[in-house]
Structures are given as structure tokens and as C-alpha cells.
Design a protein around this ligand. Sequence first.
Ligand SMILES: Cc1cc2nc3c(=O)[nH]c(=O)nc-3n(C[C@H](O)[C@H](O)[C@H](O)COP(=O)(O)OP(=O)(O)OC[C@H]3O[C@@H](n4cnc5c(N)ncnc54)[C@H](O)[C@@H]3O)c2cc1C
Length: 804
Amino acid sequence: MSGLIFVLIVIAAFWSLAYFAAPLWLWTVAAAVGLVAEGWLTHVAPVIGWVVFLVLAVSLNVHPLRRMLITDHLLGWFRKVLPPISETERIAIDAGNTWWDADLFTGRPDWKKLLGTPAPALTEEEQAFLDGPVDEFCKSLDDWQITHDLFDLPPSAWEQIRKHRLFGMIIPKQYGGLGFSALAHSTVVMKIGTRSTSAAVTVMVPNSLGPGELLMHYGTEEQKAYYLPRLARGEEIPCFALTGPYVGSDAGALPDDGVVCKGMYQGKETLGFRVSWDKRYITLAPIATLLGVAFKAYDPDHLLGDKEDLGITLGLIPTNLPGVEIGKRHNPLNSAFMNGPTRGTDVFIPFDCLIGGTQYIGQGWRMLMNCLSVGRAISLPALGTGAGKHASRVTGAYARVRKQFRVPIGKFEGVEEALTRIAGYTYRMDAARRLTAGALDRGEKPSVLSAILKYHCTEGMRQVLGDAMDVHGGRGVMMGPRNYLARGYQAVPVSITVEGANILTRSMIIFGQGAIRAHPYLLKEMEAASSDDHAKAAVDFDRALFAHIGFTISNGARSLFLGLTGALFSPAPGDGATRRYYRQLSRMSAAFTFTADVGLLMLGGEMKRREKLSARYGDILSHLYLASATLKQYEDQGRPPADLPLVEWACQDSLYAMQQALEGILRNFPSRPFGWFMRLLVMPLGRPYAPAGDRLGHKVAKLLLEPSDARDRLTRHAFTSSDPNDPVGRMEHALRQTLAAEPVEEKLQQGLKKRLAPANYLKLVAEGAAKGVIDAREAAMLKEAHAVARDAIDVDEFGNLRNA
Ligand SMILES: Cc1cc2nc3c(=O)[nH]c(=O)nc-3n(C[C@H](O)[C@H](O)[C@H](O)COP(=O)(O)OP(=O)(O)OC[C@H]3O[C@@H](n4cnc5c(N)ncnc54)[C@H](O)[C@@H]3O)c2cc1C
């Protein structure tokens, strides 16, 4: 009996050491104490145990010996399995920094740190800009006119863009721009996106990766002083050209070149580049006056030095230079923002036309990646979230106004499911958008989180707009001025493709970059392995490796404990309703980190090619972030009880998604025994999560079906209107009229003992008024509600589609 107790104590002690990631010396002391205790209990000295102990204790704790016996061999092996990392990959990996993603990669996220970050907020000036000029701009936009009649923004919209400096949101005030925060920038794009995707993309592009941003970060003082005010005022129309027929996702494979040579510029001979390019898909190119062009620079005549191949370089080329070709247009799924090819043949540009001048020759890829690590978190996430807000507002209203089988369609469980997803995804996207924008405004440049945002907000957009279309049925399909959904739906693949196509982002970038950047030890090990200073490399690798081993053991032990206890004892903030989600996220963080470490250990560089596994790891990391953001948003907004269903649904959906991804990893893990072993530790009692339940889904969907503070919070900054002649206002107006009419309709039905239906509606209203069941004012109100509801479900009709 005492033997059994002893064994249990030993297991508990070693498990505690593992759980709390105890240092090696403590493990050594504990093992020695264990051996002494065993000798004392059994009255027999465990000789073999002591021999093994001494060998291990000495070889693990005496560092030079440890390096000689263990680490040097492992370092040799690691160097062999380390995937070759190209210069372009290394630069992409190095871009930006880490923030909350690094906490999620520890297996024990520090919730106090997350909740302690200030709630993102707009300044008074930014709020006034949104409520004033942006609202006015949105009101003036007619998306059908833009996408069908003009295939361009109307002159008045271009005028407003210039007047309100919408192209200069990120340009500092000293250069005549608006100097907005990332949150304001994101919110402006989002709001315009709820009105017209074409207008939003037009405004978005000069404020994201392109001449403006590149000049702000890398431009010379002369370039900034000249170009930034002109860009802010809209006197220059910028575009940025990287993509070409042979350059898509693999942007490093650029064939466009620039050769150092002497040439004539503004009547003077000067040194510069002769650049040729063939680019396509370039937004704003057809009307651009200033072209940012990425090309590979060469110096075959050694006019600059010994090096011939100088690397990717960014030119800033006025489009009126001889040899520049712009003007033709592509048709990106019927969106009307300007997009087209640009070509240049032997265009001579002086060094002054390089962004940042000669010191940035060959630095183009690094400059682009650094800007992308921030910009990717703003524009497309804003469009995706805006789509969610717009879909929430109009689909909820439509589902309440539109009746079938005498019931508002939103009350059918099938439709309710779609409404639930629309609202739940929207809450989560908005939470992640705000949290990340807040981080950017505090100076973070979280490249992994920006990839997560880009992917999940655009995939969220695909989901919510697909659901919104389903709920609208034919009303969503028939195109025309009344249709407020179809153009956004058509444009979804544009968002999916740009700024890192989604399949690539999910399969390679999120976990590929996340594992290297956010993992506490992997990058240190990789740096040591690729260092030429072998003595230092051995010491650094040894330190990182043993810390890594302790970290992995600790996360394995934590995963098992949290799995067995349902994470019930894990410290967590929040209130009675949300505490459990923090706990489950801590559990999933430990499981993710542990399984990721085992995966990286087993596959090493091969992980890069195992995109399906990498994608699943990326899904878990992403949902850890999305659910964290959801909880933070709830706290930031003062825990409004009405929002709780949204928070719970989003968290449950994320937990279930993580479980599905984990299940996929365990089932498809290349080594089956390792898959089983990991399953034992991370899901010891089976799968813990289920999809969010129907009752919760019902509460979420209900929030969209009638006006409320929760609905307004969810759709804050979506363009709204109560003008019955506006496509969106028409639906809002109908919702309010329908809800106001319903008690009177009930009174009428009871008084007449007859059921109202579209066919007898006006007849029964007249009969009720004649019999005094309802008064004249009520009768007028019902007639109007009936007409307004009809108007809201009507679609456009054209005499001749060719001339429509
Ligand atoms: C409307 C629009 C506007 C644009 N605006 C600009 C602009 O202003 N400036 C600019 O320079 N570019 C612009 N682009 C280009 C855009 O960035 C590219 O389309 C994008 O980089 C993808 O390149 P691609 O279309 O050639 O697709 P490809 O690179 O050919 O990719 C095709 C598919 O393969 C997948 N894929 C590729 N490699 C991998 C991999 N290793 N693992 C897994 N999947 C992979 C991709 O995810 C994608 O699904 C625009 C594109 C569009 C459609």
C-alpha cells in the first residue's frame, strides 16, 4: 500500500514539475529526493537508479558536456532537416512583429495582458468625420449607377474624395492628410463598403500598400514634401504594380527589370534605370498619374559597384513619361473600381524616381512586406466586416418583413440558422477588426495576426453574403437599383484573391509564419542553426533547445490536466457567463502549442509542404485569436447582457472549429502512433465541444429581426437610412412599419374573426374600419404598412435588358 502511495506521489510530483515548466535543476533535485525516499522506504539503496541518475544529471546539467553529448548531434541533424529558406521567404518571415499571437503560442495566454490593453476608440474628430463627410459621401453613392450605368464613380463622388481628402487618410496632417488612426481608417473603408464595394476599393487602395504608404515610411524628405500633399489632395492618383502574368502569389519571381544606365531626364543627362514591365490586375492603373512599380534591378556595367544583381527595387514613375502604357481596363466581376494592366518599355527613370532614393535599391521586397504586415489588417478586414454589418441589417429586416405561409421567414428555423451565422460571424469579425486596429495604433505590426484577419474576415464575408443571398431568395438575385446585395456578393472573390490569396494564406502563411515568429523558441533555434559562428551557435542552440523541450513537456502535461478536468481549475477572468470560454481557450492554447511542437519535431522542414496540416494548425491559431477578440470586445463594451448570445455563439463556434482542426491533425498525422499519443493527451475524454446549440442560435437570430440597441451595436458604422426611396432605407422603413402594424393587424383579425392574407388585406382593413374594429388612423397606417412591405419586396423590372 505504502509502495502504491509512493508511486502516486512520485507521479504527482513529476507531473507538477512538468505542468509548471520547472527548470532542469529542480527536476534533478526532485529525482534525487525520490531516490533517497525510495531507499528509505525499501531499506535498499536503488543502485541502478542512482547510476542512471548520476549519468543523466551530469550529462544534462553540465552544459559543455551536454553540448558535446547531445546538442551538437541534434544541431547537425537540425541543420540538415531545416528547410532552405530563400531570401524572399526570410524577409517575409521577418516582417512586422508579434503580439497576442505570441501569447497564444505559449500554451498559457495571459488574459490580464489582453484585457488590460485599452479599448480601441475613435477620436472626436474621427467620429465627426464618419458621421459627417463619410455619411454624406455614402448617401450620394448609387451603386447601380456606378456598376451598371457609369462603370465608374460619378464626378460628384470623385469631387468629394478630393474635397474630404479620402485618399489621404493615412498621410500625416503635416503633409495635408487626415492623419487618421488605423481604427478610423478601417472604419471609414468599412462604412463606404456597406454602400458600394467599388467606391470602398477606390478609397482603400491609395490608403493601403502603394506610393503613399511607401513614401511615408521610406521616401526622401524631398519626395515626401512634393508627393504626399498632392496625394492627400487627390491631385495625384497612385497605384502600385507588382502582379504580372508570371507573378502572382510568388511575387519574388518578378521578370520585370531595370538596368542601371545613363539617360536624359528633363533635358539633363543623369544616372538612373531603364525599366521595362508587364503588369496586370492593377487597381487604379487606368487613371493613375503616379505608378509604383516593383522591378528587379541589375547593374551589368558596374556603374554603381561590383554587384550585378541588385534585387527587387521600387520605382515611383509619373505615368506621363515616354514608354509608359496605361488606360485599358479589366472587368473584375462587374465591380467598377478602376483596374487594368500597365506596361512599360525601356522607360528611363532617374534615381530620384526610386522610392527612398538609391539607399533603398534592392530593398523593395522588405519594404513591401513590412507595409503589408500592417495594411493587410486594415482594408480587407474592413470590407469583410462591413459586409457582415450590412448583411445583418438588411437580411434581418427583410426576414422580418417578408412573409411566407403567413409567417415572417426569419421565424422559420431554417432561415434562423442562416441569420445566426450572419450575426455571429459579424460580431466576431468586428471584434477582431477592432482589436487588431487598436494594436496597430499602439505601434504593433502583427504580421501573423494581419494574415489571420485578412483570411477570416474575407472568408466570413463569403459566408455572410452567401447566407444573406439565400435568405433573400429571388429578391437577392434580381439585379437593379433596388438590389443592395448582389454587387457585394459578386465581388467576394476579389477580396479572397488580393493581398495574399486565401488558399495560400491559410495553407502556408498563418501557421508557417506563426510557428516561426510567434513560437517562443523556434526562431532562436533556426537562427542558431543557420549561424556561421559555430561556437556561439552551439551555446544558443543548446539553450533554446532545452527550454523548448521543457516547454513541450509542460504543454503536454497541461493539455492532459486541462483535458481531464475540463479546464475547470484554470485561472480565468470574465463573468459567470464568459469565464468558461477563457478556460477553454487556455486549454486549446496548450493543446495547440503541444501538438504544433510535436508536428514540427516530427516533420521539421517537411511541414512547409504539408499544407493541409499547416492549414489546420493555422485554423486553431486563428480561432484562438478570433475568440480572444470576441471576449475582449464584450469586456470593452461593458458586458452588455443583450450581446451575450452573440459572444457565446461566436466562442462556441470557434471552439468547435478548433476541435475539428485538431481532429484533422490527429487523424492525418504522418505517424499514427504519435497521432494516438497526442490524442491521449489533448482529448483524454473524447471530443469536448459541440456546435453552438439551436436555442442559443435562436437568441442570436432574434437580435436581427427587430430594432434594438444590440442590433445597432452589431451594425455600428454600417450605412443606414430611413429614406423609403433609398435601397437600404426602404428596408429599414419597412421593418419599422411592419412592426408598428402588427398589433393593429392582430386587433383587426380578432375583431373580424378572420385571418389577414395578402389577397384580402385591403378588403379586411376597409371592413374593419367600417365596423369600427379599427379607427381611421389605424386603417391608414395598415394600408401604408401594406404598401411599404410590398415596395420592400419588389424587384426591378426592365423593358429591354440590353438598354437597361
Ligand atoms: C481585383 C484585383 C485587384 C488587384 N489589385 C492589384 C494591385 O493593385 N496591384 C498588384 O500588384 N496586384 C493586384 N492584384 C493582384 C493580386 O494580388 C493577385 O491576384 C494575387 O497575388 C494572386 O495572384 P494570381 O491571381 O496570379 O493567382 P496565383 O498566384 O496564380 O494563385 C492561384 C491560386 O493558387 C493558390 N496558390 C498559389 N501558390 C500556392 C501555394 N504555394 N500553396 C497553396 N496555394 C497556392 C492561390 O491561393 C490561388 O488560390 C489584384 C488582383 C485582383 C483580382
